[in-house]
Write a protein that binds this ligand. Structure first.
Ligand code: 5GP
Length: 129
């Protein structure tokens, strides 16, 4: 069965899209740790990040770096944290999280943003790519 992220990539489920190219897509996490929490996802459905071939993995890192730089320009924060987990969604994704404190990386502290705020945020980040 297609992963939830494949359904997003195919346009069957909506997302707040931040960036896209031939190989990757970035969209806002629906349950963010912090404002601007973004997921960078390969369009090819792969379960574990270290199963990716080296070229594809490095391309994901390059794409994620570009998105992280746009995030830094969009969200006042101490820095951008990066994490790969995948226990909930078995489709590779890089979490990029604008952080100020360690708790922003714990996935236990969440923020709630309105749909309008998420739309505006995605547009602002996209504008800084
Ligand atoms: P992980 O697999 O890395 O443990 O966590 C999956 C992440 O994907 C979580 O942060 C969760 O909020 C996010 N997520 C799960 N389902 C959706 C969805 O349908 N849309 C978006 N934008 N994010 C999702």
């Amino acid at each position: 069965m297609a992963s939830i992220f494949t359904k997003i990539i195919q346009g069957d489920i909506p997302c707040y899209k931040v960036a896209e190219d031939e190989q990757f897509i970035a969209f806002l996490d629906i349950n963010p740790n912090a404002k601007g929490h973004t997921l960078c996802v390969p369009k090819q459905e792969i379960n574990r990040i270290f199963e990716m071939n080296e070229e594809h993995y490095l391309a994901l890192m390059k794409f994620s770096r570009r998105v992280a730089k746009a995030l830094e320009k969009s969200i006042p924060c101490e820095r951008i944290g990066m994490s790969v987990i995948g226990l909930e969604v078995p489709h590779v994704h890089v979490h990029l999280i604008p952080i100020n404190e360690m708790k922003d990386m714990t996935f236990q502290h969440k923020v709630v943003l309105s749909s309008d705020e998420m739309t505006a945020l995605a547009s602002t980040i996209h504008g800084h790519l």
